[in-house]
Design a binder for this molecule. Structure first.
Ligand SMILES: [Zn+2]
Length: 173
């Protein structure tokens, strides 16, 4: 598989041709499909994509479709963009989301925690009014921002069909 060079919101992105795991992961994202590796030995799904199982070290795995739904575990609200191109999008949220899939396995505190920005349903960085509604406990679903052939970035948007907490926890302003 050839590598990928692209630009996202003015930020250069590169996937090396030897990075088979990430090329495969982002290829599924480009099809707006969320796939993760499931270990052929212990059966646990892992994130981020990598060459070996973090629990049993087996190098054998298969890609399986995973539901892109979960709950905000934590977040960072960015007011000072490090990337100059992101400046016009502040404030924006970086979300750490506990997937519903495999939550509480292999131990009660464990979860597949997937990073992404808060986005609108069409994959654009969320506006301030939306940013202010989201906190720990918000139910979210995955959406994709198309970047290039073979590359889309998974983000999170508020799951309109889910029951939301009355007041998701937010850092004191
Ligand atoms: Zn394993």
């Amino acid at each position: 598989m050839p590598g990928i060079q692209a630009t996202y919101l003015g930020m250069p992105l590169q996937l090396a041709d030897l990075d088979h795991e990430n090329l495969e992961y982002f290829k599924h994202c480009a099809a707006h499909d969320f796939h993760l590796q499931r270990c052929a030995a212990c059966g646990l799904v892992r994130y981020p994509p990598t060459t070996g199982c973090p629990w049993c070290a087996s190098p054998k795995s298969e890609w399986v479709k995973v539901e892109g739904k979960g709950t905000v575990h934590s977040y960072t609200e960015v007011h000072h963009a490090i990337q100059p191109a992101f400046k016009t999008h502040t404030p924006y949220l970086v979300l750490l989301v506990d997937l519903d899939t495999q939550k509480g396995k292999p131990d009660p505190q464990a979860a597949l925690r997937v990073l992404g920005n808060l986005a609108t349903p069409d994959g654009k960085l969320a506006p301030k009014e939306m940013v202010e509604k989201v906190g720990v406990g918000t139910r979210v679903r995955m959406v994709f921002a198309d970047v290039a052939a073979g590359l889309a970035i998974p983000h999170w948007t508020i799951d309109e069909s889910a029951t939301q907490p009355a007041k998701p926890w937010r850092y004191p302003a």
